[in-house]
Structure formats: structure tokens, C-alpha cells
Design a protein around this ligand. Structure first.
Ligand SMILES: NC(=O)c1ccc[n+]([C@@H]2O[C@H](COP(=O)([O-])OP(=O)(O)OC[C@H]3O[C@@H](n4cnc5c(N)ncnc54)[C@H](O)[C@@H]3O)[C@@H](O)[C@H]2O)c1
Length: 368
């Protein structure tokens, strides 16, 4: 199959659909990989790296789309990219269609087969192509939290791990899922005093077993959260209710009780945020202050560590990209129902029920 990798054109997106090592694997499996010149430059993958991996470099996106059967990207296609899609194309990328009717209608009009990373599933019903980004965001949340606790950043002037004779900072993590666990691992590594709050008792038991005495766990009742927020120096919001907006666990009144210069990192901001005082920010202007408390609410945290994120994403997507290339989309989806769950748009129809319902568009299940 001819696999195309255009340069990402969404603002401040430096990741790339395929890294040079992924290209090598596709080429070794007998496929042609066509990469737009400069596609990886933002994270220091030179055209020469892609050529060494066996790719052919093409001058622009139009050439990549025209000569490829499958397009592998990171972000949802922008209007100029949708215009290049044809019915013969397979598009494999994040789509997030449920909140984007113009994109959905554009993809329907293209006739292409569009498989979304975010709805591909795994045996345990998790979402394996979202997981790496939650891991990145969770680990980063502690790094940015520690940074904004510094005095020069407006923070309280506290070192997360303390020093001998001085107590470490208190870190409260709301939600003990993928990003919460990764945040906890970093905070424990920095010797902070960590508590994870969750409403799943099964999850709390797993966390207790996994971390043993390195962290504390607590049921996320309103009272427990209010007490946690009041005493914590760093609060990390990492909750998820699948398919719904994040619950507002921390009210404005609770924020008022916090110490001046403490820090909130709202990872769940991409689902609306779990602090009442949150609003989405960007890497250019990541923080704001409410009642003396610093809020970090960047909706695309992995973008700041685009090189790590590109490798992590490729680790998860490559096995599926190989299946699609080896078998063709339809046979690959027949062979792997988890990949078939990624199908969002097929031959002009929305093939994912929740997207069709959210956008009030007709749904047609894939007949495969
Ligand atoms: N900002 C970013 O750049 C970025 C990047 C990746 C993921 N995210 C977001 O991070 C959030 C967490 O993702 P995840 O993959 O860790 O989810 P996850 O499903 O692995 O974990 C969520 C956890 O929240 C718990 N939870 C649900 N409701 C709760 C409540 N009321 N109180 C306490 N705990 C509750 C669940 O039991 C679960 O353990 C999601 O909103 C995701 O979209 C953001």
C-alpha cells in the first residue's frame, strides 16, 4: 500500500503521523511511504532521516494525498486537507468528530474511509490510542506543577520533595486512572506527599496494592475533596466520565480556602475541566490566577513535549497502521473488531453511533 504522511498544519502541532522508525517497519513490510518535505522538522526528524528509513519525500500535501492510498496523521484534517481526500483514501488520525459538524460533513462529502484513533478499543474496553497522551499529560502535570510552585512563577516557593528537615509538598490527585497514576508516579519519584482520590473503590484497591505505602488513597467524597484542596500545595485534576463533561469536583468556594501560591493543574480541561474556576489555556499563555491560586489548564499538554508524544503515539498506532496497510481497511477491520470500532465515516455515512447522535446526522453501521 502507498502510505502518505503530510506535515501537520494545525497551529502549534509539531507531532507527525509516522516517525522514521515506524516508516522503516512499514517499508520492511513491503509498503511505499510518502512523506511531505519537512513533515518532522518541528521535532528534529530531517527529510534525510525519513529517506534513510526508506521513505520518498514529496514537495507538498497535494502530492502526498494524490499519490497515497492511506493517510496517517495526528490531528483532525483541516479544510484544505479535507479538500484533498478522495473516496479511495483511508484516513487514520485523531478526528474528535462529536464536536465538529463541519469536519464530519466534509469527511462524509469526501467519500473516504475515516478511522479515528480515539475510538479504537482494547480487550479491557480501554482506548489504547488515547492512553499514551494521558500518560504524557499525567507525567507532565507534576513537572509543570513543580515549576509553578516556584516563587519566580508566582508560586508559593515550595520544593515538591522538601529537603531533609523540611516537609515535602502535599499533592492531591483527583482521579486515579491513566493520567492520575502517571502523575502519582512522578510525584512519588520527587518525594512529594501524595494522595489519590477516586470514586471507584475497585480502582482505589488497585492503587493501594500498586503503590503500597508510597501514596495514600481516599474516596472522593465532597468533604474529602474540600479538605484535600484546602491543605494541598498542588492539586491535579485527572477525572474522566467517559462520553461526558468532567464533573466540577472543586468549587470556587473550595479554591478560596487554598493557600496563596498553590497550584491547580486541570488535565481534564479537554472535557470542560474539573475545577469550577478553570478555563482552557494554551502553551503560549498557560496559567492564570484565581484567588491567589495558579491555574494551569492547557487542553493539549502533550504538544509541549511533541517529540516524546510522537514516539508514544506511534508505539500505539503502528500495529494498527501495519494491519491497515497489510490487509487493506476492510479486511483489517473484519480481522480486528477493535480497529473496526475506530471507523467513524465510511463511504459518505457516519458509521459511529455516538457521533451521529451528537451531530444529529444519519447513522449507518458498517456492514462488514
Ligand atoms: N489536557 C490534556 O492535554 C490531556 C491529555 C490527555 C488526557 N486528558 C484528559 O485527562 C482526563 C483523564 O483521562 P484518563 O485517561 O486518565 O482517564 P481514565 O478513565 O483512565 O481515569 C479517570 C479516573 O477518574 C475517576 N473518576 C471519575 N469520576 C470521578 C469523580 N467524580 N471523582 C473522582 N474520580 C473520578 C475514574 O474512576 C477513573 O479512575 C480526561 O478528561 C482526558 O481527556 C487531557
Amino acid at each position: 500500500m502507498r502510505v502518505g504522511v503530510p506535515k501537520e498544519i494545525k497551529n502549534h502541532e509539531y507531532r507527525v503521523g509516522l516517525t522514521p522508525p515506524s516508516v522503516s517497519d512499514l517499508v520492511a513490510a513491503g509498503h511505499d511511504v510518502l512523506v511531505q518535505t519537512g513533515a518532522g522538522l518541528g521535532i528534529d526528524f530531517e527529510d534525510a532521516d525519513y529517506i534513510a528509513a526508506g521513505a520518498t519525500i514529496l514537495p507538498d500535501a497535494a502530492a502526498v494525498f494524490a499519490q497515497s492510498d492511506m493517510i496517517v496523521k495526528v490531528k483532525e484534517p483541516q479544510p484544505s486537507e479535507i479538500a484533498l481526500l478522495e473516496p479511495r483514501h483511508v484516513l487514520f488520525t485523531y478526528l474528535h468528530l462529536a464536536a465538529d459538524k463541519p469536519q464530519a460533513e466534509g469527511l462524509m462529502a469526501s467519500g473516504a474511509t475515516c478511522i479515528a484513533y480515539e475510538t479504537v478499543t482494547a480487550n479491557d474496553r480501554s482506548l489504547p490510542l488515547l492512553k499514551p497522551m494521558s500518560e504524557v499529560a499525567g507525567r507532565m502535570s507534576v513537572q509543570v506543577g513543580a515549576h509553578y510552585l516556584e516563587k519566580e512563577q508566582g508560586g508559593r516557593g515550595i520544593l515538591l520533595g522538601g529537603v531533609p528537615g523540611v516537609a515535602p509538598a502535599k499533592v492531591a490527585i483527583l482521579g486515579g486512572g491513566v493520567s492520575g497514576v502517571n502523575a502519582a508516579q512522578m510525584a512519588v519519584g520527587m518525594r512529594a506527599d501524595v494522595t489519590i482520590y477516586d470514586i471507584s473503590n475497585a480502582r482505589l484497591a488497585e492503587l493501594d496494592m500498586f503503590f503500597s505505602s508510597q501514596i495514600k488513597t481516599a474516596y472522593a467524597s465532597k468533604a474529602a475533596i474540600a479538605a484535600a484542596v484546602k491543605s494541598a500545595h498542588l492539586v491535579i485534576g485527572a477525572v474522566l466520565v467517559p462520553g461526558a463533561a468532567a464533573p466540577k469536583l472543586v468549587t470556587r468556594e473550595m479554591v478560596k480556602t487554598m493557600k496563596r501560591g498553590s497550584v491547580l493543574v486541570d488535565i481534564a480541561i479537554d472535557q470542560g475541566g474539573c475545577f469550577e474556576t478553570s478555563h482552557a489555556t494554551t502553551h503560549q499563555d498557560p496559567v492564570f490566577e484565581v484567588d491567589g491560586v495558579i491555574h494551569y489548564c492547557v487542553a493539549n499538554m502533550p504538544g509541549a513535549v511533541a517529540r516524546t508524544s510522537a514516539f508514544a503515539l506511534n508505539n500505539a498506532t503502528l500495529p494498527f497502521a501495519l494491519k491497515l496497510a497489510n490487509l487493506g481497511a476492510e479486511a483489517a477491520m473484519k480481522a480486528d473488531p477493535h480497529l473496526a470500532n475506530g471507523l467513524n465515516v465510511y463511504k459518505g455515512k457516519i458509521a459511529y453511533k455516538a457521533v451521529a447522535d451528537d451531530l444529529d446526522l444519519p447513522f449507518e453501521a458498517w456492514a462488514g
